[in-house]
Design a protein around this ligand. Structure first.
Ligand code: HEM
Length: 442
């Protein structure tokens, strides 16, 4: 006997989700953020509204996943926490991360990246990523080289900020990109802004997915450049680890690297947002400093600061839409999902659920250090077999950056969104508008 189809949202409810959730998220820029759209989202509180819309739809359709009435494609959304967990656990088969829209967006600069791969080559590319990024280890084996790079760049940034009197996002990002180029390619790439500019240009095209033709020449030049870096890799860089790693058939090492350059960007954003919170939340700042002051790990393992980055990403996830596509029909408790069906996990719906989470709209890194949210989908780095393989490396570098700033300096918010520990934190934190000031720690 064939099982029933999954529940389907009405055209009106589908329209609500498309206009209130999908459109603002995509407008902000899925591959590289558009500052004007982030500012607008903050002003109109669009992310809070989006969570509200999903909550209303979930109350109306309690079983699921919920199919949407979208023309020309099959699309579903997971609304129950257990369905979200099941989706991630059953990836990459039968829920492939290589969804059509992700392919359209990311193939502008990395058509053979692991994220866009299926079958045996995915296994090979994933294994290579895990090996180079040291996925299973909280402290990357090159930490002794990477942490001083972070400290050096932050020191220089803070000295300039103290001289100029302010620390805007753009200056922070410039310093962060220097860290990224040194970690990925080595010290010789420190000031190679052209390399970063190339990928930024391709990422801007990626925002338009299939609506923008591919710049094949720029993409080829960029990938050639990456291949040259791997061929002559500087010792002590991720590129050198990649060059030396054993590789299976179809590994395409050069195409695994753009994801690193691209994905370090949100790591910088999460760091700057956490700093903005520390600057306005004295208790969190005190806890951060206690850890930085008492640290004996050489900034390699800072649990509270790592948890602060996770908390920043919970509140303001940089990958709010986790996308999958079914590779075959899949049975769920409430019916069958067809093959080739896109599935959306809208992370903010779970991350900001104040019916289930303590202090859902507050800054509470402690939640990541206990089991209080076990089983609940807090998934800034995704989860399951497709979990971000760079997660631990990101936490290592960003926590070291936070320690460098709060250890010796007092950051203050000079301009930008007002954050208040006694009020709910906003759905959007517009990092572009924030200007911090720093002075030596009093
Ligand atoms: C704050 C920073 C970052 C966040 C929030 C983040 C988040 C994510 C998420 C949510 C995914 C999974 C997407 C999915 O399930 O479809 C992912 C995949 C991935 N990330 Fe990250 N990421 C970050 C930084 C990085 C960095 C710095 C690297 C590398 C140095 C990296 C490497 C990767 C790779 C290779 C994948 C593909 C995994 C696969 O397809 O199996 N990420 N990341």
């Amino acid at each position: 006997m064939s099982s029933p189809a999954l529940p389907t949202a009405s055209a009106l409810d589908t329209g609500r989700l498309l206009l209130g959730v999908f459109l603002p998220t995509v407008a902000k820029g899925p591959i590289i953020r558009r500052p004007w759209a982030v500012a607008l989202a903050a002003r109109l509180d669009l992310d809070t509204r989006a969570v509200g819309i999903v909550r209303t739809i979930h109350a109306k359709y309690p079983t699921g996943p919920l199919l949407l009435k979208v023309p020309l494609r099959k699309q579903a959304i997971v609304l129950a926490p257990e369905d979200a967990n099941a989706l991630l656990a059953a990836s990459p088969e039968p829920f492939s991360p290589a969804s059509s829209e992700k392919k359209a967006a990311l193939s502008h600069f990395q058509p053979h990246n692991v994220l866009l791969s299926r079958g045996p080559v995915r296994t090979v590319r994933r294994a290579l990523q895990e090996q180079v990024l040291d996925t299973d280890h909280p402290v990357h084996h090159l930490a002794d080289r990477f942490v001083p790079v972070v400290e050096e760049e932050m020191r220089q940034l803070l000295a300039e900020a103290a001289r100029g009197g302010s620390l805007p996002w753009d200056d922070f990002l410039d310093a962060w990109y220097r860290v990224v180029r040194r970690v990925v390619f080595g010290d010789h790439a420190r000031d190679d802004k052209d390399l970063t500019a190339m990928i930024i240009r391709l990422r801007k095209d990626g925002n338009w997915a299939f609506l923008r033709p591919k710049r094949r020449k720029v993409r080829a030049a960029f990938l050639r450049r990456v291949a040259d870096e791997l061929a002559d890799a500087e010792p002590g860089s991720l590129a050198a680890v990649m060059a030396a790693a054993p590789k299976g058939d179809g590994a395409e090492p050069a195409e695994q690297v753009p994801q690193w350059l691209f994905a370090f960007d949100p790591a910088g954003m999460a760091t700057f947002r956490a700093l903005t919170v520390f600057a306005t939340h004295p208790e969190a700042m005190a806890a951060a400093r206690r850890e930085a002051d008492a640290d004996t790990s050489g900034r390699r393992f800072l649990p509270y600061l790592r948890a602060s980055i996770l908390e920043s990403l919970r509140l303001w996830p940089t990958t709010p839409m986790i996308l999958r596509q079914s590779t075959r029909p899949v049975e769920w408790a409430d019916g069958t999902m067809p093959a080739d069906c896109g599935v959306l996990l809208y992370a903010p719906y779970f991350h900001r659920d104040d019916r289930h989470l303590r202090d859902a709209h507050g800054f509470s890194p402690e939640r990541w250090l206990t089991d209080e949210d076990d089983g609940w989908p807090l998934v800034p780095f995704s989860d399951g077999p497709v979990v971000c393989p760079g997660k631990q490396l990101v936490l290592l570098l960003t926590s070291a950056a936070l320690a460098s700033v709060v250890g010796d300096h007092d950051p203050r918010v000079e301009r930008g969104q007002h954050l208040d520990p006694s009020h709910a934190l906003p759905g959007t934190l517009d990092n572009y508008s924030v200007v911090l000031s720093v002075s030596p720690r009093s």
